[in-house]
Design a protein. Structure first.
Length: 178
């Protein structure tokens, strides 16, 4: 089944047209993607492993994906975590950390919204989506850095904000019920 995205202009305004996933976007067209980082009370991050059939096979990453037509950023963040890991995040435990424009080698662009949630989740509660994820673990920031260096984690150019986010998350993110 085809997936459609809202086409946005450079100011994040909907242009009133849809884009079919997998087809090239025209110059000046953008779409919205989200990265979702979940931190538990031990200051560890929930990361998941991509299935072998996806680009970047068997690599670890944070949860994320593209907004489908009609969905806003928070809705997309909650939906991606639910779809990929079977977890219902409490929206009150989340905060938009950063928004930036990503440029791709093929000349396309998207808006990347980085969400940060504080929530304890038992690994036994996770339900993997067979075509998306095949494993999950809690990892410290240091463990993720080691995984990036060893090539197990999607490389840091996909997450240019990682160090900034870790600093803010661990030291300054407001305490919420977890």
């Amino acid at each position: 089944m085809a997936e459609f995205w809202d086409i946005l202009d450079k100011n994040r305004n909907k242009m009133g047209r849809l884009h079919e996933r997998g087809k090239p976007m025209a110059a000046g067209e953008y779409h919205l993607i989200v990265h979702v980082w979940i931190m538990n009370s031990k200051k560890e991050f929930l990361i998941s492993k991509r299935t072998p059939n996806k680009p970047y096979p068997n690599m670890w990453e944070c949860t994320g994906g593209s907004a489908v037509a009609g969905d806003d950023s928070l809705t997309t963040a909650l939906k991606e975590v639910s779809e990929e890991l079977g977890i219902a995040l409490n929206p009150d435990n989340g905060q938009l950390f950063k928004s930036y424009i990503r440029a791709h080698e093929n000349g396309s662009h998207d808006f990347a919204d980085v969400w940060f949630f504080r929530q304890d989740v038992q690994l036994s509660e996770i339900i993997f989506q067979p075509d998306e994820t095949c494993d999950a673990m809690w990892a410290s920031a240091e463990k993720i850095r080691e995984m990036i260096k060893s090539g197990e984690f999607i490389q840091e150019h996909h997450y240019p904000y990682f160090e900034e986010m870790v600093g803010v998350a661990i030291q300054h993110f407001p305490k919420t019920k977890i």
